[in-house]
Design a protein around this ligand. Sequence first.
Ligand code: HPA
Ligand code: ZN
Length: 335
Amino acid sequence: MKTFIANLPKAELHLHIEGSFEPELMFKIAQRNHIKIPYNSVSAIEEAYKFNCLQDFLNIYYQGAGVLVTEQDFYDLTYSYLQKCADQNVRHTEIMFDPQTHTDRGVAFETVINGISNACEDAKTKLNVSSLLIMSYLRHLSEDAAFKTLKQSLPFKDKIKAIGLDSSEKGNPPSKFKNVFEASVKEGYIPLAHAGEEGAADYVWEAIDLLGIKRIDHGNNALQDEKLVQEIIQRDIALTVCPLSNTALRVVDDLKNHPLKKMMDLGLKVTVNSDDPAYFGGQVNKNYEAIQEALNLSKNDLYQLAKNSFQYSLSEENKKQEYLNELDIFYNNNK
Ligand code: HPA
Ligand code: ZN
């Protein structure tokens, strides 16, 4: 199974670039920017990366992102993640970035977007990994702040495919961002959002009804509402599920109790993703391996998950078809 997963062509649809920041690179960038970080050893990091909930993690995650200053920093962070994609046969990836985490510290939007997108362009030619960008609004901040970010993004519209909504979910419902999502869609961005990770099913309803999202990040708590599940299936909206993130943030107590297989059996379109791999104990292939083992998934289940990852990606139709053909050839030779 490990070899099957390693060679399985796949796409990653839920990945925060700031969450891919491995300690080794963080130390290096902190040093070159003369910024102090509160860890001086691997064991100090391991201790800090024990989380009880989403907010625990976010506090550490924003602190780590604080060492990113120059365009080169954003380039190095992104290229390092894309190299891992190539190593894992991730053929396509849809990368979220949080501009406000950086612009609020005085880093220009332009610095962030140019560093990230130059790395993506280089990875296309040098690593044969395709990618696109999802600009995420921080939901603990105001809708006005999101509007400001939308405005800053417009000169770089051609580099951004979609918008997302992340950060602290509880107390920050999708309805808070209805107007900025509407304005973003008018600008041509595809709407996506985190929903139902810690928030209840009514937040998922809001995300699909009020924000009109085309994909749900996480969505675990949608299972609390049968009518919602049927609605998601009917609208053909996929869920980007993140198994190791769910156990690290205690959304799920044990991988053996993870609802992924139940979701598939209900007819939901599910994908497997790493979310914040540097913080949650593994890249995307490790997520496939762990969930396969915990739920005893078959090769056909893994094939379905990889198929969904291409099918529900935001890439062009002909590119999608190429990847799906590549996946089918692999599966027919390895099942
Ligand atoms: N949830 C919400 N916000 C986030 C996450 C997440 O899993 N990762 C990075 N920002
Ligand atoms: Zn996420």
